[in-house]
Ligand binder design. Structure first.
Ligand SMILES: Nc1ncnc2c1ncn2[C@@H]1O[C@H](COP(=O)(O)OP(=O)(O)OP(=O)(O)O)[C@@H](O)[C@H]1O
Ligand SMILES: [Mg+2]
Length: 152
């Protein structure tokens, strides 16, 4: 789906924030500057019902937890993860019971959660962004650009 402006990315994040349940994971891929952090900020503010929530990038801590009404939400930025073995000490098992939002999910290798939503952001030549959503068959509204890859 086309995300013309940052506001469109934030709107998609809020729609998905309204759908998540404990045990869900959203894996956020895309190149530098694609809008992963814009998405994460809007998602966390919405799921925590706090429009002014500070959302620091967990670049160094690798994970930041948020107590949302629906579940604890774990925001991972795995850019600096050297091996999936390190996930243990980051509390990966607990996070799997909550809701996970994962930037740089490629670092998970074989630890990739099985029923995750894969959201890939790309930048077009004119600077507009596109989002491709794969997973969660039957769960996504058509406003999220759900297609055959989502069982819609
Ligand atoms: N449609 C759009 N969606 C999201 N961001 C957009 C859009 N159009 C322009 N932008 C701009 O692109 C930038 C996206 O930055 P952001 O930090 O979210 O990227 P990122 O994917 O997290 O990059 P990095 O991997 O470097 O952390 C912001 O400055 C934002 O204003
Ligand atoms: Mg970022």
């Amino acid at each position: 789906m086309l995300l013309k402006t940052e506001a469109d990315t934030a709107q998609l994040a809020r729609t998905l924030a309204g759908l998540v349940q404990p045990g869900d994971a959203i894996l956020l891929s895309g190149p530098l500057g694609a809008g992963k952090s814009v998405f994460a900020r809007a998602f966390l503010r919405s799921v925590c019902a706090d429009p002014a929530l500070e959302v620091p990038s967990p670049t160094y801590t690798l994970v930041q937890a948020y107590d949302a009404p629906v579940a604890t939400v774990y925001h991972f930025d795995l850019w600096r993860l050297s091996s999936p073995d390190e996930l243990d000490e980051l509390g990966w098992d607990d996070a799997c019971e909550g809701i996970m939002l994962v930037e740089w999910p490629e670092r998970l290798e074989d630890m990739m959660p099985p029923h995750a939503l894969h959201l890939t952001l790309d930048v077009a030549e004119d600077g507009s962004r596109t989002a491709t959503l794969v997973g969660w068959p039957g769960r996504l509204p058509t406003s999220c650009g759900a297609g055959p890859e989502n069982g819609a």
